[in-house]
Design a protein around this ligand. Structure first.
Ligand SMILES: [Zn+2]
Length: 399
């Protein structure tokens, strides 16, 4: 029972990045024999969407807190991988004098403030907590270069993720529902987990998403989680279901069958989403043949929400049966995620190529984020919103 078992890959469908290739490894429900507490702090590996980071820029004011203590009041600095050590110098060319070279550097903002850092001077972001910089572990995703680990309080991490998953038009109860789901996802990860800042886990872009109303919502939630039979639920969410969500097992397969709270529910509350309508994209025959199949995929089964459950494709002599979700991932990865933003999609062969129609955004399982916003406008509470999309669950009560 002890080890995590990966049962499926999820596309993390948020509002701001509704259908990026995502491959969030989820822990099987088997991994949750007991309801664990949430982490108290997070270690987030920053800039993981880049293949390799050789240097990062840091804008003063900031402090080095380890292995020496030193305060930097103004200017832009560059921290570089220097073989087995990390080097800090003023930004602005190779001739700048080295300030410190050490096996690792720990930086922070001054007086509990944020620290501004970025992989280049055009992409600077502010983060709470400390930055631990060292040479990347060869096992890491960034196989060499610098590793930038942001040690941050869980509250700030959750507020940033919730802010990034929503937009400023979202109401308080929709924000609170999202916050519960983020805390629920963190719950199996232990006390001080290390995660990435990409859609592999949850997108974390630092302080910029911590809007005041998001901070209030996360405070009010006070680490509550979504529970099913005394265990944390699998907290799926997607941007917009465009009419009806899908049963977990129809999208993710047999492993999700026991998650009976991942039901298909009707939802006409997400009409405010820019993804509600149908997206139509044309793909040239040659491109489709090279990347996906020689002919129109044959859908073998549709679910109640009209999302493909399984489909057969043929490429050369090879026939392959995929789940509708697997084919959707392949279309996204090979042709681009804008081609079918939602898993309710259809591919038709035409005279000039292939037409892909899709509605909604994301996988369609669990909470519909724009639907939550619609329900929030109807004065539903976050508990009512969550129980609407996850029937049979409860929201943890704190003492
Ligand atoms: Zn919806």
């Amino acid at each position: 029972m002890g080890k995590p078992v990966v049962i499926f890959r999820e596309v993390n469908c948020c509002v701001s990045c509704f259908a990026k290739p995502v491959l969030l490894l989820l822990l099987a429900f088997l991994y949750l024999p007991v309801a664990r507490a949430n982490p108290s702090s997070m270690n987030v590996m920053l800039f993981q969407s880049r293949p390799r980071i050789d240097s990062v820029f840091v804008r003063a004011p900031f402090m080095i807190v380890n292995p020496i203590r030193s305060v930097f009041k103004e200017g832009l600095y560059e921290c570089t991988d220097a073989g087995n050590s990390v080097r800090l110098r003023k930004a602005g060319g190779r001739n700048q004098k080295e300030i410190i070279r050490a096996p690792y550097l720990v930086l922070s903002g001054r007086g509990g403030n944020t620290i501004e850092i970025g992989p280049d001077s055009a992409h600077m972001r502010k983060y709470y907590g400390q930055m631990n910089m060292r040479r990347a572990n060869a096992k890491g995703k960034n196989s060499a270069g610098l590793e930038v680990l942001n040690q941050v309080d869980t509250f700030n991490y959750v507020a940033s993720v919730v802010g990034g998953e929503t937009t400023p038009v979202f109401g308080k109860e929709a924000l609170k529902a999202q916050a519960v789901l983020v805390y629920t996802r963190l719950s199996p990860k232990g006390r001080h987990p290390t995660v990435t800042d990409t859609t592999d886990e949850m997108v974390y872009l630092g302080e910029q998403h911590e809007r005041p109303e998001v901070i209030d919502a996360v405070h009010e939630i006070d680490r509550r989680r979504l529970m099913f039979q005394d265990r944390p639920a699998q907290a799926f969410f997607h941007a917009c279901c465009a009419g009806r969500t899908s049963k977990g097992s129809d999208i993710f397969g047999e492993n999700a069958r026991s998650m009976t709270y991942l039901q298909s529910v009707s939802c006409n509350h997400c009409k405010g989403s820019p993804l509600y309508g149908t997206t139509v994209k044309e793909i040239p025959t040659s491109v489709f043949a090279r990347e996906i199949a020689d002919r129109e995929p044959r859908v073998l089964k549709l679910d109640r929400a009209n999302r493909p459950v399984s489909a057969e494709i043929q490429k050369g002599a090879r026939k392959e049966v995929l789940s509708g979700y697997q084919l959707w991932l392949r279309i996204g990865q090979k042709l681009g995620w804008d081609k079918a933003p939602g898993t309710r999609y259809q591919v038709k062969q035409t005279a000039g190529g292939y037409t892909i129609r899709s509605s909604g955004g994301g996988h369609g399982v669990g909470l519909c984020q724009w639907g939550a916003q619609g329900l929030s406008k109807q004065k539903k509470t976050y508990v009512e919103i969550l129980q609407y999309y996850f029937p049979g669950t409860t929201v943890e009560q704190r003492q």
